[in-house]
Design a binder for this molecule. Structure first.
Ligand code: SF4
Length: 346
């Protein structure tokens, strides 16, 4: 018996073609597509304006895979971490991050990760597979529901900062963002979405060529090659100059300023020379800096630097007229903070 296809892997055009092949109208494809994405149908039975015969025919050809929020942990500060079970039993995590008047969803793009950043809990899981567009989309829908339930307002922002490197799952991440932003999906503005990458030059240039409208963030963590390479092996393959070249290309095409995500670690990048290098790097490309508070992972050698070191960075960046924000960590008590996602709930 042949394995049934996940119907949500099909684009709208492919669905329309499917119905034409079955001697039906292409419009039927639009109706089914709307059920699948905007109305969030979980079964073909739910599609009440589709005839019984057609629903049966769909049932014989396809499945509708949905994620399941397997476990939900709430932090004292309102952060919610979800352990998400995928159709094949694998688990990823996504996080609802509340601030005063908005809710941000931090979503995963891969099961595990292949990039081995030394400070990251996810890196220890190794990459098992890419997430499908619907699995990314469903994380957003689940957090939107939680936001309405627990925060009384809809989801306002999305960051691709969960498990995995989004630009190594390029096609599926962009397909998911299409569904999130299009009117027959969630209709969210792409300006409320940020894709965060370790900085893969070739893929950043591709984003620019594909004329994407969302924001780009790069986990930089050092503007000195030797220091960055020690923390992030990707820097050995493509160094800071190559990254800069790609970011300049990105800006020339999109006119969108890049955000550098940056953690200051004790004894690693907490000196004046590190802050000066960052300021010099930022001056070469329209950018701003988010200084992120770090949460040590159990046996990690990486520890958050002192308040003085953070202040040193702020002073140095501001003296160079570079916008800098300090991002306090959320959800520390449930291991939902930045760099901590490692399926510990399972
Ligand atoms: S920081 Fe991101 S890219 Fe690096 S190992 Fe962790 S999940 Fe992968």
């Amino acid at each position: 018996m042949s394995k049934k296809l996940d119907i949500r892997a099909l684009s709208k055009d492919q669905l329309r073609d499917f119905f034409v092949d079955k001697n039906d109208k292409p419009f039927r494809g639009n109706q089914v597509y709307e059920w699948l994405w905007r109305k969030g149908a979980h079964t073909f039975e739910d599609m009440t304006n589709i005839s019984k015969e057609t629903r049966l025919m769909l049932e014989n050809n396809f499945v509708i895979n949905h994620i399941k929020v397997d476990q939900m942990q709430k932090s004292k500060d309102g952060t919610i971490k979800n352990a998400i079970k995928l159709h094949d039993g694998l688990i990823v995590e996504s996080v609802l991050i509340p601030t005063e008047n908005r809710t941000t969803a931090c979503v995963s793009s891969q099961v595990g990760c292949s990039l081995d950043c030394n400070f990251c809990a996810t890196a220890r899981l190794k990459k098992m597979r890419n997430l499908n567009p619907d699995e990314i989309y469903d994380q957003v829908v689940a957090i939107d529901k939680q936001s309405r339930l627990y925060r009384n307002h809809k989801l306002s922002n999305i960051v691709f900062m969960g498990m995995g490197e989004p630009l190594l799952n390029y096609k599926n991440v962009l397909m998911a963002i299409d569904k999130i932003t299009l009117d027959d999906g969630l209709g969210m503005s792409p300006k409320r979405i940020t894709v965060s990458t370790v900085g893969i030059p070739k893929m950043i240039k591709k984003l620019a060529d594909d004329n994407v409208k969302f924001n780009l963030a790069v986990s930089l963590h050092s503007a000195i090659d030797e220091v960055r390479s020690k923390m992030m092996p990707i820097n050995e393959k493509s160094n800071l100059d190559e990254l800069l070249d790609a970011l300049r290309y990105w800006f020339s095409k999109t006119k969108s300023r890049v955000t550098f995500e940056y953690v200051v670690w004790k004894g690693i990048n907490d000196k004046q020379k590190d802050a000066t290098a960052l300021a010099e790097y930022c001056k070469k490309i329209p950018s701003k800096v988010n200084l992120i508070e770090y949460n040590a992972i159990d046996d990690g050698e990486f520890q958050q630097a002192s308040e003085d070191a953070t202040n040193l960075y702020i002073k140095t960046l501001e003296a160079n007229k570079i916008i800098v924000n300090v991002r306090r960590s959320r959800g520390k008590d449930i291991d939902a903070a930045c760099g901590q996602l490692a399926n510990k709930t399972t």
